[in-house]
Design a protein around this ligand. Structure first.
Ligand code: ZN
Length: 154
């Protein structure tokens, strides 16, 4: 199973992307020439930074969960099960499927960045938790299909 992703959020994220690097560049070029530039840099350091160590671990966690999803889905396909959210063609073309999984991780980072930018740091965290949870649950489901002997309903 492929974890469905909120694609709408990506459009919003791409609109905002240009602003942050510009600010960083400005601070860098002002270095040692204008003292205000240094103050700005310090100001930025005090803030809750998006690319901090904690977030790195969350990104790694989501990447790992999606990798698990990737392999478990291929495993499921080898056993002749049907992919339900994507077409079987997309999954059987492994390069395309891997790209889709990678895109899913990228979109997640975009969504987190939006939450972060607007100060929703709790939502930022929960988005990762939910994403990892869904991807892992989907993988468990994929693997559990392997030994799924038809259970008789009570
Ligand atoms: Zn944050």
């Amino acid at each position: 199973m492929i974890v469905p992703i909120v694609l709408v959020a990506m459009m919003g994220a791409s609109n905002l992307c240009g602003q942050e690097p510009a600010a960083a560049q400005r601070a860098q070029s002002a270095d040692s020439v204008i003292p205000v530039g240094k103050n700005q840099t310090k100001e930025l350091m005090r803030e809750d930074r998006f690319w901090d160590k904690k977030n790195d671990w969350w990104f790694a966690g989501v990447g790992a969960a999606r990798t698990l999803d990737y392999f478990s889905t291929l495993n499921m396909r080898r056993r002749g099960r049907q992919e339900i959210l994507l077409t079987n063609d997309a999954v059987d073309n492994h390069a395309a499927f891997a790209a889709i999984e990678a895109a899913g991780t990228g979109v997640s980072i975009g969504v987190w960045y939006l939450f972060h930018r607007y100060g929703h740091h709790k939502l930022e965290r929960w988005a990762s938790v939910v994403h990892i949870g869904l991807a892992t649950a989907g993988s468990v489901r994929n693997y559990s299909l392997k030994t799924a002997h038809p259970k008789t309903a009570p």
